[in-house]
Every structure is written in C-alpha cells, then in structure tokens.
Ligand binder design. Structure first.
Ligand code: FES
Length: 92
C-alpha cells in the first residue's frame, strides 16, 4: 500500500507525499518535478522513478500520459574513457 511516506525517487529520497504536494502547487511535468524536488536527478537519472512520477501526475491531474512533458536526459554520470565514446572496442 502506498502512503505519503513511500519513497518514489530512491536516489534522492523523494516521497509520494512530497510529489503530491508539488502537484498541488502546480508542478505538472517531469522536468518541473526535477527542478522543484530533485526527483529524477540522482545517479539513475530518472530511469527508476520517471515512469512512477509520470503515473502520479496523470492520476492526480487528469492529464493524458502523452501530454506529460518527459524528462530531459543528461550524459552518463560516471566517467567513461573517451575511446568508448569514439567507438573503439574494449580490451578485456
Ligand atoms: S530513482 Fe529517481 S533519480 Fe534515481
């Protein structure tokens, strides 16, 4: 059962109640949720919580799922060798 204390964004410890409060204040897109609560700004970049937050916005506002503005994706968080980006094969 989901309660106000249920964690929705595990990376940033954002609860269901915090998301509900943000929606109540007018937040209706995933990017706004990122800026307002940092939900979706953790190491997984919203891959875990993004769809959940989208569903909550849809349920609470009545906006159609395709009308909820998606999250802007960022480059990888951890450092990777430039040769990986250049397409060189890995040595194993
Ligand atoms: S669970 Fe929300 S950013 Fe990772």
């Amino acid at each position: 059962m989901i309660t106000r204390d249920t964690i929705i964004c595990r990376c940033e410890d954002i609860t269901y109640g915090e998301i509900l409060d943000a929606i109540e204040m007018g937040v209706t897109s995933l990017n706004e949720m990122k800026r307002f609560l940092r939900a979706g700004m953790g190491p997984c970049q919203g891959r875990t919580c993004g769809r959940l937050i989208q569903q909550i916005i849809v349920q609470k506002t009545g906006i159609k799922p395709e009308e909820v503005e998606p999250m802007t994706h960022r480059p990888p968080l951890k450092a990777i060798p430039i040769k990986v980006l250049a397409g060189e094969k890995h040595e194993s």
